[in-house]
Ligand binder design. Sequence first.
Ligand SMILES: Nc1ncnc2c1ncn2[C@@H]1O[C@H](COP(=O)(O)OP(=O)(O)OP(=O)(O)O)[C@@H](O)[C@H]1O
Ligand SMILES: [Mg+2]
Length: 311
Amino acid sequence: MAFLKVEGLAKVYAGARGRPDTVVFEDVNFSLERGEFVCLIGHSGCGKTTILNVLAGLETPSAGAVIVDGREISGPGLDRGVVFQNHALLPWLTVLGNVAFAVRARWPEWPAARVRARAKETLAKVGLAGAEHKRPAELSGGMKQRVGIARAFSIEPKMLLLDEPFGALDALTRGALQDELLRMVQAARQTVFMITHDVDEAILLADRILLMSSGPRARIVEVVENTLPRSRTRADLHHDPQYYRIRNHLLDFLVSRARSAAATGGAPRLVRPGLEGGEVASASEPRERSPRAATNAGVRGATVVSLHSNA
Ligand SMILES: Nc1ncnc2c1ncn2[C@@H]1O[C@H](COP(=O)(O)OP(=O)(O)OP(=O)(O)O)[C@@H](O)[C@H]1O
Ligand SMILES: [Mg+2]
C-alpha cells in the first residue's frame, strides 16, 4: 500500500456576486511510496502550493481525500514537516527560537538544553551557525528560507513537504543544501514531496516528477520516471545522455504542452523519457523495472506511453 495516496482532489473557489466558480484543479490523483522523492512541476498559479497545503492538513480540498499511512488526514501533524514558500517564521522569536519551537513540540519531554542543542545542530547544517540570535526581520530572503528548512529538518518527520525550498538561494548554497537534503532523507528513509520550478533540481533529486497542467481545471497529466542511477551527483549528471532527454522532455512540457494538456481528460501518463528511443514498458512486456514503475505511477489507470507521444 502506498505511503501517501491522493484521490480525486479538487479545489474550487466560489465566484463572488454571481461570477462563475474558479476550479483551480480537479481530478488530481497520485501516490508516493515510502522513502520516495517526488517533485511537482507546473506553471505559476496552477495550484501546487494548494496541493501541498492540503497534504500538510492546512487547507481543505473541495473534493477528494489524502491518505497517509493508511489514515485519512484531518489536520496538520508532526509526522509531516513543511517548508513554506513564504517562510512562515514566527517574527517575535529568534532564529534559534523558531527551530526550538518545533523541536519542543515534537519532543515535549526533552530538557531545554537538548532542545537547544538539536536546534543549533540543525541550523549549522543549513549554514546558519552564528545567526541564531537574529530575528526574522533581520534576515535576508535566503536566510529566512534556510530557517524554514532547518525547522522542518529538525523534527525528523516521516514526510517532508517542501514548497520551492531553495528558490531564494544562490547556486552554491542551493547545491550544498540539496546535498544535505539528500543525505538526510536517505539516512532517515523519509518520503519527500517537493515543489520546484527548477528542472535540473528535479532531475537531481526526484525519483519521479509529476507534471501539472496550467489552470484553470489543472490536473497532473504526466508522471515522469527518473531512470538515471540513484547514485547521480551534480558533478556527473550532465555526462549521462539520459539527463538531456529527461530535461528536454520537462522543458517541452513547460513550454508547449502544459497549457494544451489542461483540456485533455483521463489518467496521467507514465513516461520514461530518459530511455533510448523513449521506450516504455507495458504490462504485456515485462521488464526488470516495469513492475516498480507501474506501482510507482501510483495513479489509477495510469497509461504508459512513449517519449514525445503527445497524443
Ligand atoms: N481565495 C481565492 N479565490 C480564488 N482563487 C484563489 C484564491 N486563493 C487562491 N486562488 C487561486 O488558486 C490558484 C493556485 O494558487 P497556488 O498558490 O496553489 O499556485 P502555485 O501553483 O503554488 O503558484 P506559484 O508557482 O506561483 O507558487 C491561483 O491561480 C490563485 O489565483
Ligand atoms: Mg506556490
